[in-house]
Design a protein around this ligand. Structure first.
Ligand code: ADP
Length: 285
């Protein structure tokens, strides 16, 4: 994969915020949020992510993974709790976190080039009244190189494959000059090869010290390629290493009727049926 190999040599990471000694990159404390006319989709969510950690967020459909991400970046208001980054409280961290929304939330028919998409991530550096200059375009190209997409910089976004489009959106998030990325199901709808390319990009960024928080349904990927797992179903069910999170008790609480646990000698096989009886409501209040 020559494009991926191109990511290895990159300029030093620039961050919008200094990493205060001992402070988590992201601290979420008692966060509750929801939608008008409905009860809270997420309740009392607390977790801390240390700088440079990778965290996979798991839970059944409707568990509140997207809602949690939207509340963290301020796309929806939270009704209680607070968020801080590197020890600084922020009402909404949308300017400070690089957010990659769900693929389906983006209109891919919009006629813009790959470079233009990534330049949108530099809105904060550009301000309202300045046109992008040479330095801005160089910064955009540097981010495209980090995700192995520099060769595609003049293409229209609509001409790219699903996996390539996701990598361009990772570059757009990085162009905010952030060291914290929040990705909402970046593997959904891509084939195994494209998924592996995205994962290779993320692991390269992880090696560069970027903090990565990613929602996924892929339990085995989460267990094998991420530092910690956050299992939620409206509230936090478990947070920790895969051994701490993948317990029969935690999985049964999170997935309820959607899960089957099969023991084969020393091995335990977990089967999740996302189309089984409803997730998203754990029936507690
Ligand atoms: P997940 O990402 O884990 O599948 P979501 O955060 O999308 O879960 O959904 C959590 C809950 O919030 C679900 O019950 C869902 O129906 C509800 N929900 C999500 N988006 C909206 C919306 N725009 N308006 C009203 N309810 C919503």
């Amino acid at each position: 994969m020559p494009e991926i190999a191109a990511m290895v040599n990159h300029p030093p990471l620039k961050t919008a915020l200094p990493a205060a000694e001992g402070c988590p990159a992201l601290l979420v404390e008692g966060l509750s949020a929801g939608y008008p006319g409905a009860r809270s989709a997420i309740r009392n969510i607390s977790f801390a992510v240390q700088p440079g950690e990778s965290v996979a967020v798991l839970g059944p459909n409707g568990a509140g993974k997207s809602t949690l991400f939207k509340a963290i970046v301020g796309l929806i208001p939270h009704t209680s709790g607070y968020i801080s980054m590197y020890g600084e409280e922020c009402a909404a961290s949308h300017r400070l976190i690089g957010y990659v929304p769900q693929y389906e939330a983006i209109d891919w028919r919009f006629p813009v080039s790959v470079r233009d998409v990534v330049m949108m991530g530099r809105a904060r550096q550009l301000g309202w009244l300045r046109w992008p200059g040479r330095r801005d375009w160089e910064a955009v190209d540097a981010e495209l190189e980090r995700v192995g997409m520099l060769a595609f910089r003049n293409r229209q976004i609509g001409q790219l494959s699903g996996g390539q489009r996701r990598r361009v959106f990772i570059a757009r998030a990085l162009a905010q000059q952030t060291s914290v990325l929040l990705l909402d199901e970046p593997f959904s709808g891509v084939d195994a090869a494209a998924g592996e390319e995205i994962m290779a990009v993320l692991e390269s960024l992880h090696d560069q010290g970027v903090t990565i928080i990613l929602a996924t349904h892929d339990m085995s990927l989460a267990a094998s390629r991420f530092d910690r797992l956050l299992l939620i179903n409206q509230e936090v069910i478990a947070y920790g290493t895969s051994a701490e999170v993948f317990t029969t008790e935690a999985l049964s609480r999170a997935y309820r009727g959607q899960i089957g646990i099969i023991r084969q000698g020393a091995e335990t096989v977990v089967v999740v049926d996302e189309h089984g009886p409803a997730g998203g409501d754990n029936g507690e209040g």
